[in-house]
Ligand binder design. Structure first.
Ligand SMILES: Cc1cc2nc3c(=O)[nH]c(=O)nc-3n(C[C@H](O)[C@H](O)[C@H](O)COP(=O)(O)O)c2cc1C
Length: 291
């Protein structure tokens, strides 16, 4: 039996859902599949696998830093069949292209590229009263993922594969946003600007548990302290039960950018959205109504 490794990153669960659907398609094509969420630990070495899949959510119009690291550390793939799948809440732009190119540079032979919408519940948009792509991936997208798994198996076995074209790069405004969320700034600047309100924090440890890179430790009072290995996922802020954590995404000065992005995406007929209360982030009774 052939063996496939699917290495992916999933914080909200949507990339994991698609990974499992692709795996079920592969299993029905006689593949043994190992699924590994990079957020839970390093994936096994690729030696001994006949097929490699890499899955990611788009973060700030590019692959998350931990996926970039995974790709950087891969050995030469020497013609190993590879596939890529990408989840995105609004605009994916060329995040998938970056991963496809990186695998090709390592010597991978592409046999599939899949993308799907996935629920985007991100603090900058919650503050504006929006979630994007609610209920995605939908059943239809998951069925496509299962079929994709079967197609990948066929292409890896030698059936002709026509590479889909590269995705379009971001327009200048989104490119600027991608630039200002770059890794150097994340490490050297933003990581130092996370704050905890000592009057609200009860040292519950949710932020430590949910941080996908283990970047948060405790000070001597049990409150969170941030290191430099931050993906800017901002889960620490979003998941804090006391709403004690604040990050640059909630700064007033950045609100016009969040507002502009939210307004563009919410008026795009191709992108689903739902409204939430801007303060509590809870769904409004009537989705689509003004918050
Ligand atoms: C920090 C962060 C940044 C994101 N940036 C983008 C983006 O630039 N474009 C986009 O379409 N979706 C973006 N998203 C949405 C995710 O790509 C999408 O919600 C995806 O389904 C999440 O995958 P997961 O549930 O497996 O974590 C972002 C989400 C987060 C948390």
């Amino acid at each position: 039996m052939s063996k496939c490794l699917i290495a992916y990153f999933s914080q909200g669960g949507t990339t994991a859902l698609v990974a499992e659907s692709i795996a079920s398609g592969l299993r029905s094509s006689e593949y043994e599949v190992d699924l590994c969420n990079i957020g839970d630990g390093a994936p096994p070495a690729v030696d001994g696998y006949d097929l490699l899949g890499v899955g990611l959510p788009v973060y700030y119009y590019r692959p998350p830093f931990n996926i970039a690291d995974y790709l950087r550390d891969l050995p030469a793939l020497n013609g190993l069949p590879v596939f890529v799948f990408v989840l995105h809440g609004t605009y994916r732009f060329d995040a998938g292209t970056a991963v496809r190119r990186s695998l090709a540079r390592r010597g991978g032979r592409e046999v599939g590229y899949f993308h799907s919408y996935g629920l985007e519940r991100w603090v900058g948009y919650l503050n504006e009263g929006y979630v994007f792509s609610p209920d995605h991936p939908k059943d239809e997208e998951l069925s496509r993922a299962v079929a994709f798994g079967r197609e990948v198996a066929a292409h890896a076995a030698g059936e002709e594969y026509r590479k889909p074209p590269d995705d379009a790069p971001p327009s200048p405004v989104y490119r600027l946003e991608r630039f200002v969320t770059n890794r150097w700034l994340a490490e050297q600047l933003y990581s130092r600007l996370f704050r905890v309100d000592a009057t609200k924090c009860n040292s519950c440890g949710v932020c430590l548990d949910r941080c996908p890179t283990g970047n948060i430790s405790r000070d001597r009072n049990g409150r969170p302290v941030w290191g430099r290995n931050c993906l800017l996922c901002l889960t620490c802020e979003m998941e804090c039960p006391q709403r004690a954590v604040s990050t640059p995404a909630s700064w007033r000065v950045l609100r016009p950018i969040m507002k502009l992005n939210a307004s563009r995406a919410s008026s795009d007929p191709g992108i689903d959205h739902a409204r939430v209360d801007r303060k509590t982030w809870q769904p409004l009774d009537a989705p689509g109504a003004d918050a």
